[in-house]
Design a protein around this ligand. Sequence first.
Ligand SMILES: N[C@@H](CCC(=O)N[C@@H](CS)C(=O)NCC(=O)O)C(=O)O
Length: 245
Amino acid sequence: MSFELYYWDGLQGRGEFVRLALEEAGADYVEVARGKKSDGLGTAAMMALMNSPDEPHPPFAPPFLKDGDLIVAQTANILFYLGPKLKLAPRDEGLRFVANGLQLTIADVVTEAHDTHHPLASGLYYEDQKAAAKTRAHDFIDNRIPKFMGYFERVLRQNPAGDHFLVGDALSYVDLSMFQLIDGLFYAFPRALERFGEHYPRLAALHDAVIERPNIAAYLESDRRLAHNEACIFRHYPELDKAAS
Ligand SMILES: N[C@@H](CCC(=O)N[C@@H](CS)C(=O)NCC(=O)O)C(=O)O
């Protein structure tokens, strides 16, 4: 049976972290919100499931995954669930928790990237919080990106199994998510990331290695991979970008 991936249509968003794992593994999955109403799919079907009074464990927000009757919510939790099934998690049980810790740290950066354009309230338009967004984005560029990326670079350097993967001796979903995080940051803040490869050579090499994986390369070329846009987490507003100080 196919996995069902539920995420808003029209943007990569947090769904993309799950999508990359499914694509790398060549898994059979259905994008529910992107499907046709006549097939019982679409955004309305996703909302109906979220709001169903009969659902024993309703999810709060997309992304969520349905595997048979089971609904798994929260990006990092979905990947923790899928990782072993897709052979994209460390074999060692302890390292699976290390992978989850790294994934949750990636989720922290994702939330902070979102907060650069929505620093005051998610419910307000960007245009209503532009001044605060500029302050928040510049702090993100000067302080938070270096702190997080310096940490992830050190994780790669200190991996006892070698610096090609963030955890263990083989590709895991965490490496795919790191690709997506770096890709999103490059889109949103191209000036800030101008010297990314100089400062974080191992992360840059990991990013480039993921792009070259055959299934990922095919996915990135396909129409399933939507372009970054300003409805998403990683938004490019030139006025928020600057060279890192
Ligand atoms: N911590 C959750 C966050 C989920 C989330 O914020 N989803 C967004 C789309 S990316 C959403 O639809 N949020 C609705 C809301 O917060 O009201 C995760 O990592 O999956």
